[in-house]
Every structure is written in C-alpha cells, then in structure tokens.
Design a protein around this ligand. Structure first.
Ligand code: GCW
Length: 665
C-alpha cells in the first residue's frame, strides 16, 4: 500500500524463479571488514536489498573464510581508472566484488548492483566501472523556515525545524537513501530567497542534526545565505564585501559553522536578483561578493555557489541578455572555490528554452548547471512532464566554444575549459506528500536528474525504462507503454502550453494561462513583455535588428537561429517576430500552425490517458488511480490553456480557427 513512499527502492521478491536462483548463488553473504561509515551504510543497503529481492537472509561477515558465493566490499585508494566516488563491480566465478576508492564509491556500486538485479540483468560476468562526471550533484530546496516551499507542489517542507535537533524524523534517512541511490551527494536545505535565521547558532544546531543523518550516505549539507546577514543578525552597519569588519564577520561565521558541521559543503547565493540584496548595493560586483564568502570558507575547504540568475526591471532591456552581460566581464576574477551556477536557459525554466548563452563564454570561471525539477512552469504536480528530455536538450546543445562538439555538457563537466570545480543542481520537487513528489510519475524527474548528474551521456529513454522497472512494473509490455508515455509527455505539454518557442514567465503563481496580463510592478513581469503579440504577428525579435540577444552566441549557433526561414520551429518565436500569415516549413501559416499545435497538444492528453488505462493490471492500484485522476485534470486544463491562448491571440491575428478544429457554432 505504501508503494509511493518507497520510490524506486522497492526490493520485493523477484518473481522469476530462475533469475532469483541465479542471483542467489552469488549473493549468499556480504564481506565487510571496515568501520568506514559509508561502507557500513553500503553493506546495510546491500543486505536489505538482497534479502528483499532474493528472499533469504544474507549475513554480513568479516571474512569469506575461503568460501565463494558472496559479495566482497572493499575500499582501495589505489584503484586505477575511477575517480574518488567511482566504483568497480567484477564477478569471478560465483563471487562478486564491489570496490571503490572511498566508502561512498562502494555505496554507489552497491546501488548499481541492486539496479542490475531489479532491472533483471545477469550478474554472472559483471565488469562494471563507473565514475561520476560531475563533482557536486546537488538538490536545491527552496524551503522556508516556516515549512512552506517556494514553487513546491508536493506538500510542505521535509525539514521539521521546530522539532530539530532533538527529534529526528525517520524520513530524513529515507531521503538520504533515495538520493544516494542515484548518486546525489549534496543538498542545499533552504531557499535561495534566504532567511538569515539559518546562520544563527539555534538553526545551525538543527542543520547539524540533519547533516549527521546524511553523512553516512555521502551527502553534504549546504546553506543558502542572505547577503546582508552581517547587518540582520550580526549587528554591523553594512554588508559591504570590501569592509574589513564584514569580512571578519563571515570568517568568524564560517568557523562557527564548521564547529557544528565539520564537513559543511558551502554557501549558495542569490544576490542582486529579484529584489534580493547583494554586493551591487554597495557599488561592488558579483566577484567582490562571492570572493569575500569564498575566503571565509577556503580554510575549511568549503565552496561558494553564486547564482547567475539576474535581470533588471528595465522595459527596454531584454531579460535574455542579463546574465551574460553581468557575468562575462567578470571571467577570471573569482576565487578558486567559487562556481557560478547558471539556469539552463536564459530566461527562467520555461517548457522549452535555448541554452543559456553564458555556457562556453567563461573559460576561466567554473560554470555549474541549475535545472528545475519542481514543475513551476510545467503544470505543477498535476500535469505529466517527464523532464529528462529538457535536461538532455540543454546538455547536448553545441556552444561551439572550442569548435564543433563543445556541448554544454562538456562545459559543465569541466572537460572543455578544464574547470577544477563542477556542479549540477536540481531545484527539488520533493515535499511532505507521502509519495514525495505529488504526481507519482514526477518521481521519475528526481530520478532522471540524479542519473544525469552522474552521467550526462545516458539517454532519456534508458533512464525512463530503468525507472519504470525499478518503480512501477517489470512486465515488458507495460514497461514499454509507460516509457513511451513519459517520453512523449514534454512535447505534448509544450504544444498546448507554449508551442513554437513561446514563453510565459509572468507574475503570480505561474500556473494558469494569462497571456493578456499587462500590468505588474515590473514591466518584465507581464505576459505581453514575453510574447509580443501585435497586429503584425507574434514572437520576440532577438536578431541584430531586434534586441541582439542572438549575438551573445557563437556564429555557428547564430546561423542556426537567425534566419526565420530556417530557424527550427521549436525555437522560432524565441528569436523572431513572425507575421501571422507567414508560411512555415510545415506549409501552414504561423496562425494555422499555432492552432494546430494547441489543438493537437490538448488532444494528445487523451492519448496519454488511454495508454495509462492499458497498463492498469500491472500497476499498484493506488498509484494507478492517482495518476489516472491527475491525467483527467490535465486533460481539462490542457483545453483551458489551448482556449486561453487561441482566443487571446485571435484578437491580434483576426483570423479564423482552421477548419479541422473549428467547432460548429
Ligand atoms: O523561477 C523564478 C521563481 C522564483 C525563484 C526565482 C529564482 C526562488 O519564480 O520563485 O525564487 O526564479 O530562481 O531565484
């Protein structure tokens, strides 16, 4: 019954008796000869997993004593061809070995072996070697001290600050297990719109209690910091990053934090962004701010993750260009323990965006990736959007920074510019809902994020298949159907929500369609700012004759997008203001193509519902009903999106809805 809670860590008895017997032969005992905490965690996880899958007790012993048929866990700092967190799994006859350079490496190896079993693969001739491609694979929680979550759609925060540090909710450990099982090794527990309260001794004790639970799972804790904390909780008159007292305050604060949490990861900072204070309030720049914090953390080996999500309330500026304009001139000016964290697209987690033009233009400053797992612009927790294709689309984009093949993935894994620090962060979609993510299938997004942070070369499809087998069913036909449904879901959403490169980050809760919204405290927080509908056409001209944002890309990229005749349709309205009657490559006019996409998108949700119904017999009943209900809501809301856009845009186009879609009056 508690299917949703167990996520992809479901170690139920394997039904296929042949397979089970084969697995049983080489999993009779676990050899553990160390007190390393992560290694002990690894042994415990392996024991739990095997006992469930194979259905018999698996003792943990100190030595094999000459027996074969067991699994030996070892730390060997001299292992070749893996990095510190990598693992090596090998089988010799009926015995298995899982080795790593560290306890965490072995832990990841254990989860990899359990994955082999759970997905029904043979373990007889195993030789698996894997190392994470990104150093810091992190979740960013936008959780507030009062338990609310900014852009959270799965209940309240997991962290019960009012109970900590005394009471440790068992769920903290389950959270750590889930993350470790997909390779996540860091978590920022509080919102980037940060409260300085987290830096007080009272809260540091609470944070330390969480860190103690996460540590044996190889997960480090980080905090978002409020830049003016020296004023708000330190009693200073300024937070100027060049002021000696302010520097001393942060250095002292860092010392205090590391007394509580000796392996504290570092700070995440949102500064001079959307009203948050920052170094610019004192006439300083982002590097001045980041470097001050970096110097405070450096003696403890902590890092500063400084966000590049900045833009000004200027009606004549193009928000698209802001991050590049502010950060590129600072390349090379950051301390070694600073990394700049960039959202995948230049605007804000839209259903489809081109990759941010910063990637590839700061060779001397490590750039990290920020993806959003929570579905702020993707229908919250009621619409189904499998996000791996969104992440992959960005990672696989070619920046041409060092010639052809200079993908965004190679920028952020450090290989292109030889970065010494690498980060991939995902804004978490977890909350206090029993099934963690609200929509049961949204668990796949948390999973896919972790798997891609470990290895960005994995395909969206292979991750989907793996997740379905781990989580929902092993029946081949249903695995195929659910995988297919996941893979389609993003494009369907784009079609009824923002086809052809429309975007919609306007003010408010970001759920309902409101393309008509034209008033706000900021011009760039209106809908009309983004879509630019008028009597001529639709879309934002970012070419040389428009905002010139396109010029921030390398010439090869510009060439892909700067000609409206050849610009791929998914990106068309990102870069061009296109006349309503203009013929597109589909042989339809812009207007007809828009209507076609809105209608086809909304109709396709019905297809998703049918596919889901067809797998009913293989899915846990509670999960089945939950998803079915959400798909029905999605169906209703897709029509609502379609109608809102089409009727609004029709006021400008003054054209009829094309024949196949027009309803009789
Ligand atoms: O996407 C926007 C959100 C804000 C968020 C901001 C950011 C945490 O609407 O809620 O604030 O981005 O990333 O800083």
């Amino acid at each position: 019954a508690d299917d949703g809670y167990r996520l992809w860590l479901k170690y139920d008895l394997i039904k296929d008796t042949g397979k089970r017997a084969a697995y049983a032969r080489s999993t009779q005992f676990i050899v553990l000869n160390s007190t390393n905490p992560a290694l002990k965690t690894a042994a415990g996880e392996l024991q739990t997993g095997l006992q469930g899958l194979v259905g018999k007790p698996v003792p943990i012993v100190a030595s094999a004593g000459g027996k074969t048929g067991g699994i030996v866990l070892t730390i060997n700092p001299n292992l070749p061809s893996i990095n510190d967190e990598g693992y090596q799994i090998t089988s010799q006859k009926t015995s298995l070995s899982i080795a790593g350079k560290t306890g965490s490496g072995v832990l990841y190896g254990v989860f990899a072996l359990l994955r082999q079993l759970k997905t029904g693969q043979s373990i007889d001739q195993l030789s698996l070697t894997s190392s994470p491609k990104i150093q810091h694979r992190m979740l960013n929680h936008w959780d507030n001290p009062d338990g609310s979550i900014e852009r959270g759609y799965a209940g309240q925060s997991l962290w019960k600050w009012y109970e900590l540090p005394e009471r440790i909710d068992p769920r903290y450990r389950d959270y750590a297990r889930a993350n470790a099982s997909i390779g996540i090794n860091g978590t920022v527990v509080n919102n980037v719109n940060a409260s300085s309260r987290f830096l007080t001794a009272e809260y540091l004790q609470k944070v330390a209690a969480l860190a103690n639970v996460f540590r044996p799972y190889g997960i480090k804790i980080y905090l978002s910091v409020y830049f003016p904390a020296p004023k708000t909780i330190g009693g200073l008159k300024t937070a100027d990053p060049l002021d000696p007292d302010v520097n001393k305050w942060w250095a002292d604060k860092a010392n205090e934090i590391y007394k509580f949490i000796p392996d504290f990861g570092g700070f995440l900072v949102k500064a001079n962004s959307e009203g948050q204070p920052g170094p610019q309030d004192y006439g300083r720049n982002h590097a001045d701010g980041a470097n001050m914090l970096a110097r405070a953390l450096a003696p403890h080996k902590g890092i500063v993750i400084w966000r590049a999500f900045v833009y000004k309330a200027d009606p004549n500026a193009d928000r698209f260009k802001a991050a590049y304009d502010e950060f590129k001139p600072l390349d090379g000016q950051f301390e070694k323990n600073v990394i700049v964290q960039v959202k995948n697209g230049p605007i804000d987690f839209q259903p489809r965006e081109p990759f941010s033009p910063i990637f590839g233009t700061m060779p001397q400053t490590p750039l990290g990736m920020e993806f959003q797992i929570t579905q702020e612009y993707l229908g919250f927790s009621t619409h189904l959007v499998y996000e791996a294709p969104i992440f992959k689309e960005c990672l696989d984009s070619d920046t041409y920074a060092g010639g052809q093949g200079s993908t965004v993935a190679k920028v952020i894994d450090g290989s292109l510019h030889d970065y010494q620090l690498t980060v991939m962060a995902g804004v978490a979609n977890t909350g206090s809902d029993r099934n963690w993510t609200g929509h049961p299938l949204a668990q796949a997004n948390w999973y896919a994020f972790g798997r891609l942070a470990w290895d960005h070369t994995l395909s969206s499809e292979s991750i989907a298949t793996e997740w379905v087998k781990m989580t929902l069913t092993a029946e081949p036909q249903s695995v195929k159907t659910v995988t297919d449904l996941l893979l389609k879901s993003r494009e369907i959403y784009v079609n009824y929500n923002t086809p052809l490169g429309l975007s919609r980050p306007w003010t408010g809760v970001h759920f309902a369609p409101e393309p008509w919204q034209n008033r706000s405290s900021r011009p760039d927080w209106t809908a009309v700012y983004y879509h630019r509908a008028d009597s001529v056409g639709l879309g934002f001209d970012r070419t040389a004759k428009g905002s010139q944002a396109l010029l921030q890309y390398r010439p090869q990229v510009q060439r892909q997008w700067n000609n409206p005749e050849t610009c791929p349709l998914p990106y068309l309205l990102w870069f061009h203001h296109v006349p309503w009657t203009k013929k597109l490559s589909t042989d339809r006019t812009l207007w007809d193509e828009l209507c076609t996409r809105f209608y086809a998108g909304a109709d396709s949700v019905g297809g998703l519902q049918k596919q889901w119904t067809s797998v009913k017999k293989d899915i846990d009943p509670e999960t089945f009903a939950d998803v079915a209900g959400r798909l029905a809501t999605q169906q209703k809301e897709a029509i609502w999106w379609r109608d809102a856009w089409v009727l609004y845009l029709q006021e400008f186009s003054r054209l009829p809805i094309p024949a196949p879609y027009k309803k009789p009056d």
